[in-house]
Design a protein around this ligand. Structure first.
Ligand SMILES: Cc1cc2nc3c(=O)[nH]c(=O)nc-3n(C[C@H](O)[C@H](O)[C@H](O)COP(=O)(O)O)c2cc1C
Length: 330
């Protein structure tokens, strides 16, 4: 993934104003407190332990697991990752050990790391989602992120995130199956009417929404004269999608009162700040971690420096959208 901000004309933002007292970076999402708003995005951080040698994993606000399904999945055949200018195409196909094996073999070590644990739940049918949710509900995870937006599977996945009725049905079933856990629903930017899907997720019991998952896209190998991916299309992430993801967060913030977790192409602190200023309560970082593992550490520090420089003491003061709303009130 090519993401050299210097050559692209975007110098890395530098904030330094050490004179203010330490700002409070903590955030509360659906009753769960994160020590800061930076979360490792699903599918890009394994189960946390894989990155222990690369960054201080305990300093993160949260870790989202790889997409989990009731039964183990081997994932897709053929090419799974393909770089593009400023982006990354993936077609992993939800490879995972299945929820029972995750709970037994991965969760104890993940819990020990310290950050809030968010289980990313996927499935092929509403019943499979609900059965997975029941297992997670009885486990010591902190939150469920319901993935109705994976573009890389043949059945289920994104299909539930494109249509408001299908989304409401699966969100409702998972809500009932996992009554004790906060429920974040992860939306697809490929939905023809994202606002309608978001509204129906809220009505069906979502406590928060996260967006965006990857954009459906493709690449062709001109020498082999065939699509790069066996499934033809794949999901695009990385800096290429950031301005579109930001616009979607902004627009949903205008119509919904639910907490929004923003993501898509965050690579430097200023990117995360854009989402927070747009009204997101937290952010997730995905593809950038592959290119530069310390990205999330630098993002946490950059947010803190920015808050000191501007004299903000809490994250809640960052959103310009809320201010606009207040300004517009009679
Ligand atoms: C290799 C890879 C695997 C992913 N796997 C999942 C997944 O299992 N579940 C999910 O909800 N999102 C998954 N995503 C999407 C990311 O969590 C994130 O929504 C998306 O990549 C946009 O953020 P980014 O531009 O910072 O990567 C995956 C992304 C990548 C690049």
């Amino acid at each position: 993934m090519t993401n050299d901000r210097k050559t692209a004309g975007f110098p890395k933002p530098e904030f330094s104003a050490p004179d203010f007292p330490a700002p409070d970076l903590s955030v509360c999402i659906a009753g769960v407190r994160l020590k800061n708003p930076v979360i490792a995005a699903s599918g890009t951080f394994g189960y946390g332990r894989e990155y222990r040698g690369f960054l201080d994993v305990s300093a993160l606000g949260g870790i989202c697991t790889k997409g989990l399904t009731l039964r183990p999945r081997p994932g897709n055949r053929g090419t799974r990752l393909h770089e593009t200018p400023s982006g990354l195409l993936n077609s992993i196909g939800l490879e995972n050990p299945g929820i029972p094996a995750f709970l037994e073999k991965e969760l104890p070590a993940l819990r020990e790391l310290g950050p809030v644990v968010i289980a990313n739940l996927s499935g092929s049918t509403p019943e499979e989602y609900a059965e997975g949710a029941r297992l997670l509900d009885a486990s010591p995870i902190d939150m469920i992120e319901l993935n109705i937006s994976c573009p890389n599977v043949k059945a289920g996945g994104m299909a539930f995130g494109l249509d408001s009725e299908a989304a409401a049905s699966v969100v409702g079933q998972v809500r009932r199956a996992a009554g004790s856990k906060p429920l974040v629903v992860k939306l697809s930017p490929n939905a023809p009417d994202l606002a309608a899907v978001a509204r129906s997720c809220a009505a069906a019991g979502a406590d928060a929404l996260s967006l965006v998952n990857t954009f459906k896209a493709m690449a062709i190998d001109i020498h082999k004269r065939k699509p790069v991916f066996d499934m033809v299309s794949a999901g695009l992430s990385g800096p290429a999608i950031r301005p579109i993801a930001l616009r979607m967060v902004w627009e949903l913030g205008e119509i919904l009162d639910l907490p929004l977790i923003g993501m898509g192409g965050i690579a430097v602190p200023g990117d995360a700040l854009e989402f927070l200023l747009a009204g997101a309560v937290a952010v997730q970082v995905g593809s950038a971690t592959f290119a530069h593992p310390p990205t999330m550490m630098e993002t946490i520090r950059g947010i803190e420096d920015y808050m000191r420089e501007k004299g903000f003491s809490t994250l809640g003061e960052l959103s310009i959208r809320q201010k606009n709303k207040q300004k517009n009130r009679p």
